[in-house]
Ligand binder design. Structure first.
Ligand SMILES: Nc1ncnc2c1ncn2[C@@H]1O[C@H](COP(=O)(O)OP(=O)(O)OP(=O)(O)O)[C@@H](O)[C@H]1O
Ligand SMILES: [Mg+2]
Length: 231
């Protein structure tokens, strides 16, 4: 074996170990959360200081859960089946799933789909995860009454493109260089793995993720898909 393939195998093994370790963390973590919820049911009998600690523990447990979920997705690039997916249909599912989160901040979450064949070849669950990550980021970036738009179109080269556009806080030029770094986050409860996971998933299907952003004006993320050869 040459050095590259030894290194490649080591990384694969490390990926597997990480995935199994984080998987094992999930069960005891669920037990901790369940027990904290049980304690919270006796809220009225508890000293306020104790209750505050219980709530803090609950929040910390949730944060560990988010982190393990993201790391699991990162380590486990499972070889699920790819299929033909309609970009408008999958975007509508994402909009449905995130409408409540958006409306809590009075953010308008809308879809805009050009007519034509907007079908691409990918794994549905993973692509949905990518769209949810990007739309979540877009919603997070907006103040009250912002707008987040998902649109799909075909470019002049015949490639299908999905755009996620917001009129949120934008990304400074300095941060633009770093947002794809693992664990880079500016959020209090962010893991900084959302965009890394998006890139990994999209790399697997030969799609490209890019963005344009202006501070205090907004950001557009675009996914350019490889031409659908399976049709
Ligand atoms: N649409 C956006 N508008 C403004 N900033 C953004 C946008 N998308 C990403 N960012 C910036 O990029 C950083 C990294 O994003 P990423 O999705 O990788 O992690 P995160 O959102 O911070 O954490 P997590 O995805 O785990 O919640 C964010 O913290 C934010 O600063
Ligand atoms: Mg994110």
């Amino acid at each position: 074996m040459n050095q590259d393939s030894i290194q490649d195998n080591k990384l694969k093994l490390l990926g597997k170990l990480t995935a199994s370790l984080f998987h094992e963390i999930r069960n005891p973590l669920s037990a901790i959360k369940l027990n904290l919820d049980l304690i919270k049911m006796h809220e009225s009998e508890l000293d306020p200081e104790v209750l505050e600690s219980v709530y803090d523990c609950g929040k910390a447990a949730e944060r560990i859960q988010d982190l393990t979920d993201n790391i699991l997705n990162y380590a486990r690039r499972s070889n699920n089946i790819n299929e033909n997916i309609s970009l408008p249909e999958i975007s509508k599912i994402a909009i449905q799933l995130l409408t409540v989160k958006a409306s809590k901040k009075s953010i308008n979450l809308v879809g805009n789909f050009h007519p034509g064949n907007l079908t691409i070849y990918a794994n549905e669950n993973k692509l949905l995860q990518v769209i949810l990550n990007l739309v979540n980021n877009a919603i997070d970036s907006c103040d009250k009454r912002g707008t987040v738009k998902i649109s799909a179109e075909t470019n002049t080269d015949g490639q299908n493109i999905l755009l996620i556009d917001d009129n949120g806080c934008g990304i400074s030029e300095e941060d633009q260089k770093r947002i794809f770094e693992d664990f880079f986050t500016k959020k209090k409860h962010g893991t900084g793995l959302g965009l890394s996971v998006c890139k990994l998933i999209l790399d697997d299907i030969g799609a490209k993720l890019s963005f344009k952003s202006q501070l205090n004006i907004g950001t557009t993320f675009s996914i350019t898909f490889a031409k659908n050869e399976s049709e």
